[in-house]
Design a protein around this ligand. Structure first.
Ligand code: SAH
Length: 466
């Protein structure tokens, strides 16, 4: 980030602009939203600028900039539509101590003006550091549509009510009140007319003052395989409202970014066979925070109900009498199979699919290998990297066709996703040689669709030769 966004208090400050044409007009329209004193230097000013000057909205000085003209100015805009005059005026303003912007000249500007969505006093500023003005405009249009025009009015009236709302205890109770106002009671009252807003606020406060303090709650939330866009809307909402987020190692930083800024973030990352936060400690943390009345999000990768030790945590919070609910997520097998363009089940191939773990509490996990080795079967193996050789051995021992496809998908759905297609006969040492460092899902019985197409695309003779 080269340009750091701030909101500048312009009340009582000077803003100076050089120029009197279209570029100057466009900037002035924006600047006149502020409460600053605006001075315009232009030997030939547009009639509109003259009219604003006559109406006392700005001061027009009908000559070019001279040294000292931008003295004590907070901001200066060069909008002469003439590179040489812009440069001259900007040098004067710079010497006078103002921050300088030259219209359409990012390189020589000290600051840039963002695209703005104006719901005064709520202002959204959008900047792309000059990289993509089209994108900035598209985001602005999108926000203009999404943010109700009532927002400014609600915020203005809400601001005057802040003192009264301080009667509510600090923290969740106060937050709930404001959320209720901005997203529920406020817009409803606004629809009935601006005069209805103040009484609605009084009623709402009375209602919230009477409420019991909210009880603690744990949401067991599946965060999906890593791509934040694969979060459910419910997961996002839970993160938005969380006081405490207790998360696993596999949760991607982009997802953690979405948690409420004030939330306490607790990392209980566990590495298979490696150093870990003991399950008892995690259970105790859940109970401890739930008991204080916090809204806790227990964030688990993929789906919380798949190899997530969920039941131990549910038992702990249930016996502590804390409420909870589960928000399902996209499990790694779903993301991984999508990335190779295949189905988990297919008519005529496999009518069932197994989700297996490569290891359990006792070490490498044992399974019904004979069933898994049958032709056409599909298994999705979680935590299957370290146990790959063991699985290979067991499947071979139970008579699997050694050419049965095996696909490893590392970091499914993430930017650094990798797919490794092999066969049971070669899955080791292929996997070890590939040195995949991230979480990986193993499919026995599935190959990437692209590879399959490539094979059938070969001339018939070549196919027969294979
Ligand atoms: N509850 C999770 C699974 C937790 S077990 C879920 O539903 O996905 C952890 C294992 O999940 C990892 O060892 C790996 O096998 C798999 N896994 C998790 N995220 C993955 C990803 N993005 N890509 C591939 N495998 C992943």
């Amino acid at each position: 980030m080269n340009h750091f966004p701030i909101f500048l208090n312009t009340s009582g400050r000077r803003i100076v602009l050089s120029g009197g044409g279209d570029a100057a007009l466009a900037k002035l329209r924006l600047l006149m939203k502020t409460t600053a004193h605006i001075s315009v230097f232009a030997p030939h000013a547009d009639d509109q600028i003259k009219a604003w000057a006559d109406a006392g909205k700005l001061t027009l000085i009908p000559r070019p900039m001279a040294p000292g003209d931008a003295m004590c100015a907070a901001l200066f805009y060069a909008a002469d539509e003439d590179a040489a005059e812009d440069k001259r005026a900007a040098a004067i303003a710079h010497a006078d101590g103002a921050l300088v912007n030259i219209v359409d000249n990012l390189a020589d500007s000290q600051f840039i003006t963002p695209a703005i969505v104006d719901r005064d006093p709520v202002t959204v500023a959008i900047g792309t550091e000059g990289a993509a003005p089209v994108l900035a405009r598209a985001i602005k249009a999108d926000l203009e549509e999404r943010l109700p025009t009532s927002l400014g009015t609600l915020a203005r009236i809400g601001k005057a009510f802040r003192k009264a709302a301080d009667a509510l205890p600090f923290g969740r109770a106060r937050r709930d009140f404001w959320r209720d106002y901005y997203f529920n009671a406020g817009p409803k009252a606004f629809a009935a007319g601006e005069d209805a807003i103040q009484p609605a606020l009084d009623d709402l406060l009375a209602d919230h003052l009477m409420r019991d303090t909210r009880k603690g709650h744990i949401a067991f939330v599946g965060a999906g395989p890593g791509d934040p866009e694969l979060l459910t809307l419910k997961a996002r909402k839970a993160l938005d409202e969380a006081d405490v987020v207790i998360y696993d190692r596999l949760i991607s930083p982009e997802i953690l970014e979405l948690a409420r800024r004030e939330a306490t973030m607790i990392d209980v990352g566990k590495e298979a066979f490696g150093p870990s936060t003991p399950q008892d400690t995690i259970n105790a943390l859940l109970v401890e925070h739930g008991a204080t009345g916090a809204q806790v999000v227990r964030l688990k990768s993929g789906d919380a109900t798949v190899f997530g030790r969920l039941d131990e945590e549910l038992d702990a919070v249930t016996s502590a009498g804390i409420d909870w609910h589960i928000v399902p997520g996209i499990t790694a097998a779903s993301a991984a199979v999508a990335s190779i363009g295949q189905s988990l089940t297919k008519r005529g191939r496999n009518a069932s699919v197994r989700f297996l773990t490569g290891h359990d509490t006792k070490g490498f996990a044992d399974h019904d290998w004979k069933a898994l080795a049958a032709p056409g079967e599909v298994s999705a193996i979680y935590m299957g990297k370290k146990s790959a050789r063991f699985i290979q051995g067991r499947l071979m021992m139970h008579g699997i066709d050694p050419d049965t496809p095996v696909t490893f998908i590392e970091n499914a759905s993430r930017a650094d996703q990798q797919v490794l297609a092999t066969t049971v006969a070669e899955m080791e040492p292929t996997l070890t040689q590939a040195g995949l460092g991230g979480p990986a899902l193993t499919f026995i019985g599935l190959t990437p669709r692209a590879a399959q197409t490539a094979l059938t695309d070969l001339p018939l003779q070549a196919q027969e030769a294979l």
